[in-house]
Write a new protein. Sequence first.
Length: 278
Amino acid sequence: MLDSLSINKRAAILSIVMLVVGLLIWEAAIPAQKAAGELTEYERLTGGGAQKAGVPPPSQVIAKAWAELSNPFYDAGPNDKRIGIQIGYSIYRVLTGYFLAALVAIPLGFLIGMSQVAYKAFNPFIQVLRPISPLAWMPLALFIIQDSEASAIFVIFVCSIWPMLLNTAFGVAGVRKDWVNVARTHELSPLKTAFTVILPAAAPTIVTGMRISIGIAWLVIVAAEMLVGGTGIGYYVWNEWNNLDLTSVIFSILMIGVVGMLLDSAFGVLQRAVAYAE
């Protein structure tokens, strides 16, 4: 019967089976709390029956997810915002820093890819700045900008710029020379050549860099918000950890993964849209 199904359907069934088995093992591995009537006299005297912080079973995480997602935009003040609002703050910071990086990286990548002089001039700076951890810029950003929101956006800008810049330069430099020569034969201006020949040819590589950048940006924002605090999914995780609410911590970790998957899937659709066969 399974042989008649497509590969995608078989893979989906296998994924569901692995998920169910993993959840059952997780549920069974968590020791149950003793009821009050099951405690010995010594345990009652020493508080042995008190609830202890520990890894919650998946049933508790599912119940927490249902409670949070039933009203995700609940807001009762600075320290009582639910997951939808926190993710909204994080996405706003990520997209702001990301698109600012794109405005710089893609034109600069075009310049570097089309000019050997520009490549040799910019390359030393790129090689020095690219390995620096984005979070290493946070103290300097906080000191200079003196605003936690803008500092977090700056960190996203820094971590997003390099994959887009390098992929754009690589894609532009890798455009087939005969296509560019045809444009010159038709006496197209350099600007028109860039938009009508080079950009469509380099688009798959550029979008690949953009896809890598959005993934890195979403990774970094969680750590950045743990440092700056206030709002965002990173702050939410850290705040729940300080409250020793591991159920909320696990739920928020899963939500980080879901949002990251959706962002990557969106750029996957864009990547397929600009792909072409030579």
